[in-house]
Ligand binder design. Structure first.
Ligand code: FES
Ligand SMILES: [Fe+2]
Length: 432
């Protein structure tokens, strides 16, 4: 066995192993910043976060502070939040609306199209000082798909549309929940840290194998609320879903719904008052999309990974979740709830309840996931020399369809990650 390989991927030997070094070594994190994050399309934000000219939000994308904004002419922009003078942040608010970004250090100010608008004491600069060359800098690529905006620091990366590959169909299934085709990020955000490597949350976010063991508290709660969560006899896990490779490292678990969905599957925990609105939403879906597609949109749950670090969990609510490595053993998680812009208040309430009670950092599921991931990190970190490999072979010997509780979708992520981490950069067409 190659001791230094990141993964062992041996189809003939039905073996797939992960070298635990990739979860603990700072040098590997440094390499993945360049090779993985800087060579992918990275999720920035949703168009509904900046609906009006002048709207902006600030956040980090691929480790850089950015301003995601709509300029006064209405175009979506993304700027690196660093002053061209000496580097201070030019926007220090989380969100707002402004024509100008004003650097508090020496007072340079920038229009919301990025151009340098004013320089205090400009007469002290020489003739060669050219304001037109000193606007805010932007990542080389910015594009959107159905309201979801992505950036890339790789100027030669393929078009976003091609990059998303099979993930586009799954984004479509989210957008089609809206009669107007418009989603909105519901104001407010969940932010929390996990003392674990960021790739563990990729795995965990669509690892159905852990449902019954990790989430027994939540399953008991659902059962007590009148939801059928029984496992068919003879199966370790319900055969209620499949795992799929969607190309370019993207993957999904695609499950039959057994719990509620605000669009459009009512369950008793939602309360009787929510029933008419949810029934009406289903009727609207059938009228607009036909019975088959409506069933697909309304009554299947999908946990979608857009490589490398965007998860769209479309279940009892729709959650957009990104996470960034702070260090090799700590990540910063951000999660937003998203829903049809026109949905009724009672459905919005159901959605936000689920966002909080299931996915929330204090909910019935996420704390158990966090505990599991932190235990993994602790175990792996302390024993990586003695116990170097993790096992990831569920379903590997099967031809055809893979279950949600198999690990094809996890292997899909790791294969792409490994390809980027080991490719010969000099051989890239844009090299040099
Ligand atoms: S650093 Fe921004 S004006 Fe000097
Ligand atoms: Fe979980």
């Amino acid at each position: 066995m190659m001791r230094d390989a990141f993964i062992v991927d041996d189809a003939a030997g039905r073996d797939f192993r992960l070298n635990r070094r990739v979860l603990v070594e700072p040098a590997i994190l440094e390499a993945e910043r360049k090779r993985v994050f800087d060579r992918s399309w990275i999720y920035v934000g949703h168009e509904s976060e900046i609906p009006d000219p002048g709207d902006f939000v600030t956040r980090k994308v691929a480790g850089r502070p950015v301003i995601f904004c709509r300029d006064s002419a209405g175009s979506v922009r993304l700027f690196l939040n660093t002053c061209r003078h000496r580097g201070a942040r030019v926007c220090r608010e989380r969100r707002g609306n402004s024509n100008r970004f004003y650097c508090f250090y020496h007072g340079w100010s920038y229009a919301n199209d990025g151009s340098l608008a004013a320089v205090p004491g400009a007469d002290a600069y020489p003739d060669t000082f050219d304001r037109s060359l000193l606007g805010l800098m932007a990542p080389p690529r910015l594009d959107s798909y159905r309201g979801f905006w992505f950036a890339s620091f790789d100027k030669a990366i393929c078009e976003l549309h091609a990059y998303l590959a099979g993930a586009r169909d799954y984004i479509d299934l989210v957008v089609e929940q809206s009669a107007s085709g418009s989603l909105t990020v519901v104001s407010g955000v969940q932010e929390y840290d996990i003392r674990a490597n960021w790739k563990l949350l990729v795995e965990n976010s669509f690892d159905d194998y852990h449902l019954h063991s990790t989430h027994s508290t939540w399953l008991e709660y659902m059962k007590d609320s009148g939801v059928d969560v029984t496992v068919p006899k003879g199966l370790l896990l319900p055969k209620r879903g499949v795992g799929k490779d969607l190309g370019n490292g993207h993957a999904v678990i695609d499950n039959l719904n057994f719990r509620g969905r605000p669009v459009a599957a009512w369950i008793p925990v939602y309360g009787d008052e929510a029933k008419p609105a949810i029934t009406a939403a289903k009727t609207e879906l059938v009228a607009r999309l036909g019975p088959e597609r409506a069933e697909r949109v309304a009554n299947t749950n999908r946990n979608l990974l857009v490589f490398p670090n965007l998860m769209i969990n479309d279940g009892s609510s729709v959650t957009i979740r990104t996470f960034w490595p702070a260090t090799a053993d700590r990540m910063e998680v951000t999660a937003w709830a998203v829903g049809p812009v026109e949905e009724s208040p009672v459905m919005r309430k159901v959605r936000l309840d689920s966002f909080l009670t299931f996915y929330g950092p204090g909910g019935l599921a996420t704390p158990d996931d966090v505990e599991a991931l932190e235990q993994v990190q602790e175990g792996v970190g302390a024993t990586v020399d003695e116990v170097p490999w993790s096992v990831m072979t569920r379903g590997i010997s099967k031809a055809g369809e893979q279950l949600n509780s198999d690990e094809l979708h996890l292997r899909t992520f790791w294969r792409r990650w490994n390809a980027l981490m080991t490719e010969d950069a000099a051989a890239r067409p844009d090299a040099g």
